[in-house]
Design a protein around this ligand. Structure first.
Ligand code: ZN
Length: 119
């Protein structure tokens, strides 16, 4: 089977490992890949910052109990976090930057700030 340029689909002639018909196609293709990955990074950063903002806005006192539904209503995305911390007692805190939370039970969470127990 003939191999084709990954960018323009032109039939490739020459080296077996060739992927592009020209430097221009190679550059266009690679630029688009870089663009895609920077878009993805930007989107993830946006989710993390939003998560952090939600936790911060709900946790004015430094330690606040909230329902899962409240977090969901605010637009919190449980799939994204920056780090985790497990205490000696085996409790795991999840963080978006300096704002974190721990799940108390099925429906309740306690929001904390990082400096409350990590130095
Ligand atoms: Zn091409």
């Amino acid at each position: 089977m003939d191999k084709c340029c990954l960018e323009c689909g032109e039939k490739l002639i020459g080296r077996v490992d060739k992927k592009f018909c020209s430097d221009q196609c190679r550059n266009t293709y690679n630029n688009r890949l870089n663009q895609d990955s920077s878009n993805m990074t930007r989107n993830i950063n946006r989710i993390l910052k939003k998560n952090r903002r939600i936790l911060e806005s709900l946790n004015r006192s430094g330690k606040t109990r909230v329902t899962r539904q409240k977090l969901i209503d605010e637009g919190f995305n449980f799939d994204y976090l920056t780090n985790m911390f497990t205490t000696k007692a085996g409790h795991t805190y999840y963080f978006c930057y300096d704002q974190g939370y721990i799940q108390n039970d099925k429906d309740f969470f306690t929001i904390v700030k990082r400096q409350d127990y990590v130095n």
